[in-house]
Design a protein around this ligand. Structure first.
Ligand SMILES: [Zn+2]
Length: 318
């Protein structure tokens, strides 16, 4: 019985929704508004529109893209949604969070630190409340993960952060465009046990189908998936992550390794990156379907403090 209640709590994503608006100061977001919007527009110009078919480009040009400070209700740092037909909303808080997470991942990677602290940070956010932190505010990624202010002066960090941020934002936009473009037929929907999973899988496939043609392998996808797993948004802004969805994404990548690596500057490296990404997505699916693992992870999140998130050299990680 206890186990059943636990499983229901974990997979009923709405029950876990929290308000994360304290992550970023409103004035800071207002000050950064133009820069964040410019970043998003650059991703669209460089990583999306050149790779759409004429028909998709026409559909995309009719979509109104809104970037408010944050979502009206239950603000989540990975909110993206459609408030109506031909509308996509990506709050500035989401763009800022993706940017900070990309910088954190990239600095840790370039300095041979483990990315486990990033996951522990997400687990901490999920399990704790703003009152647990100074000034009753959730700590933002760069603060919580002890990333130095000059992190982006290292060209390797800056280049990796650009890739991670660009591919994450591309996936977000294209996934949401997939939701808007795809209208399931009644038979198709009836064939699926879980209609919602079907909608997510199709939106993922739409995004990856376009991304296999663009200039970067989807370096930010795992970061985004982990974020959506640990910090599920409240309906109707949610994109439920399930073992089936992760397996479908991994299968998609595995079956198209050649297409993803063709045309890349280093095909062998691209092939390894895609296969590794597919493997990590499968692992995340296995973890998601393991109630005991989820229970231990929640316990870890409840115990984690900012002081525990000091970078750890890879050799020190057991
Ligand atoms: Zn979705």
């Amino acid at each position: 019985m206890t186990k059943l209640v636990f499983v229901v709590l974990v997979f009923c994503t709405g029950a876990l929704a929290a308000d994360f608006s304290s992550l970023y100061d409103v004035e800071k977001l207002k000050n950064d508004r133009q820069r964040l919007r410019d970043d998003l527009d650059l991703v669209i110009a460089q990583e999306i529109t050149p790779f759409l078919t004429a028909e998709q480009l026409h559909a995309f040009s009719r979509i109104e893209l809104a970037t408010p400070l944050s979502a009206m209700l239950d603000a989540n740092p990975l909110d993206f949604y459609s408030p109506g037909d031909r509308k996509i909303t990506i709050p500035l808080m989401t763009i800022a969070f993706v940017e900070d997470m990309a910088q954190a991942y990239s600095w840790l990677w370039a300095n041979h630190y483990s990315s486990r602290t990033v996951d522990e940070y997400l687990g901490m956010l999920r399990e704790r409340r703003p009152d647990d932190f100074p000034n009753q505010r959730y700590p933002s990624p760069l603060v919580a993960l002890h990333i130095p202010p000059n992190a982006m002066t290292d060209p390797a960090v800056a280049a990796m952060a650009k890739r991670v941020r660009g591919t994450t934002l591309s996936f977000i936009l294209l996934h949401q465009m997939g939701h808007l473009s795809y209208v399931p037929s009644s038979e198709d929907a009836a064939m699926r046990r879980n209609r919602l999973d079907g909608a997510e899988e199709r939106a993922d496939a739409f995004a990856l189908e376009v991304m296999k043609k663009n200039s970067e392998t989807p370096a930010g996808l795992l970061m985004l998936i982990h974020g959506m797993m640990y910090l599920p948004a409240a309906p109707p802004k949610d994109h439920p992550v399930s073992e089936g969805r992760l397996k479908a994404m991994a299968d998609f990548l595995d079956s198209r390794v050649r297409e993803f690596s063709n045309g890349r500057p280093d095909r062998q490296l691209a092939r390894i990156a895609i296969q590794s990404l597919a493997g990590h997505l499968r692992q995340a699916g296995t973890f998601l379907a393991d109630p005991k693992g989820q229970e231990l992870w929640a316990e870890q999140g409840r115990k984690t403090n900012v002081a525990d998130l000091v970078p750890r050299q890879l050799a020190d990680v057991r």
